[in-house]
Design a protein around this ligand. Sequence first.
Ligand code: GDP
Length: 627
Amino acid sequence: IFDAQDVDGDEKELRAPICCILGHVDAGKTKLLDCIRGTHVQEREAGGITQQIGATYIPENIRDRTSLKAETAIKVPGLLVIDTPGHESFSKMRSRGLSMCDIAVVVVDITQGLEKQTIESLHLLRRHNVSFIVALNKVDRLYGWKECTNAPIVEALKKQSDDVKSEYKWRLTKVVTEFKENGFNTAPYYENNKKKKVVNIVPTSAESGEGVPDLLLLLVRWLPGIITDKLAYDDTVECTVLEVNEHKDLGTTVDVVLINGVLHQGDQVIVCTKQGPVTTIIRDLLTPHPMKELKAKGAYKHHKEVRAAQGVKIVARGLQYTMAGTSLIVVKPGDDLRQAEAAAMQEIDMAISTTDENEKGTTTQEVSSIVTSKEGIYVQASSVGTLEAIIAHLKSSSVDIPVYAWNLGPVYKQDVMKASAMLKRKEEYAVILAFDVKVMPEASALAAESGLKIITADTVYRLVNIYTEHIKGLKEAKKMQFAAEAVFPCTLKILPNRVYHSKDPIVCDVEVVEGVVKVGTPICVFTQSKDKSKNIIVHSLGRISSMQTSNGNQIFSARNGVVAIKISGDSPQEKSRSYGRHFDSSNELVSEISRRSIDVLKECFRDEMSAENWQLITRLKTQFKIA
Ligand code: GDP
């Protein structure tokens, strides 16, 4: 499968290739990564969703998994895998992860073929000019698949029945066609004679491990052979910020990918912030233990120096406003600090202009800078990446929830005070959405006292769901509070021979002509004064105290048909009105609306009002002479 010409004989020192995993939600990215490193992040993740960019360093013992013979040299010291989240709101982070990758693995579910985010990933790969391998995952889902744990795929395929083989073949062909439709030539790698030109497909199962050795082999042996120049180790530091995090013991830290060179404790570095370059000193360099994820919580290893390629957490002062996706610049002794800062400035300008560009051409919800509004909710998260994800999700949710302000790190009293501004303006926005951060006790106490709601949850989606449920609850509570003041519009026709009681309470059958009639609605009639002026006079009759259908069932509202209503007067005047004397069947019964009742409908009952109902309100407004 791997002929000599595939692998360059050059003796250059190589760094670990940086690899990115992309694909549609549920294609099996996390599971595949788990399978590669033999951990179980997928099961541990809240809601099974990858929340942050993680970087996993897979050291050279990878050999054990590739079925390579001991004498075959692997020239790279390991493999650094950036695991990017697959959900739509994370597209910004995907693009950030990609820009530093040497290669990508696009995971496709063999039972689903190419899906929306697979295609989006292909566009990104093309835009960033990154080569990729396709992991055609979940082969074990083929009906009748015989499990061959961790076997190379060709061996596993040989063991399958003819039925499985033929299903595999047509699904493979379908996927190859779909890639073709998107402008990529692909072939199963074991039949691919033009590996440099035609994209390799590796059938895999993240469940039972078939094909995983093949995938690793392509990544650590075939790939470095063809991109040796790109992988040549270089002392010049090249380092990109993935994430800014608030750590409860360490303060603000940044997760970076060191693409080339060495970082030391005590190095003077410059980070890019929107306010300009910030110069600081590296206090500590932390890495997760090998085969563990950078983002997995737990003990870190401290380092005096770290050599590329590696994912590193940097501890230093002044990192709060670092922009994810920008470079971290090292100032060596003797370097001109001003020059270095000027370089950082350029980097900042570029970051801002590329994000602008991205925004223009977006097909998905890419959030590059966080847009705040005068009225909106307060969002607080542990990192810029998650903050962006939450905000993108808020935007894409059906209600488009605006953001008033945001902050990183624990929720303090000051945050509650700031967010409380909404209590006076718009109650539904008087909320802090806090994701993966501590809420300080004095902040909770102040919030409880002032009526501000703090919502916390363990996934972005749950966070936003709880918020939307909270809004629903508020709306219902408001409806209850103002129900007595809301008057839905209706006009009713009295059926002449069916007036059962002509004076308080008036009981008669009516036909609902327009609008909606409800128990509680105040009813009136218009009559013309008998004097010269012929003025229109409004006579209030009282409120509908009960309502029945023709077969005697109690109801609370009706939109059409004939119903029996009982109108009970409140004031002595209302009680004195009687059918036959003050009004008769030639008078329409009308719900008695007012400026206030219309405002209440607008404020709390919009969702129960139809367009026709609003039209009726407009007409009645003229009749009642409401401005
Ligand atoms: P991601 O959203 O792409 O990271 O997908 P996950 O890794 O979370 O996998 C989604 C679901 O598919 C989980 O229930 C996995 O257990 C399952 N899954 C992933 N890969 C495989 C596979 O190769 N075979 C089978 N049978 N299930 C898989």
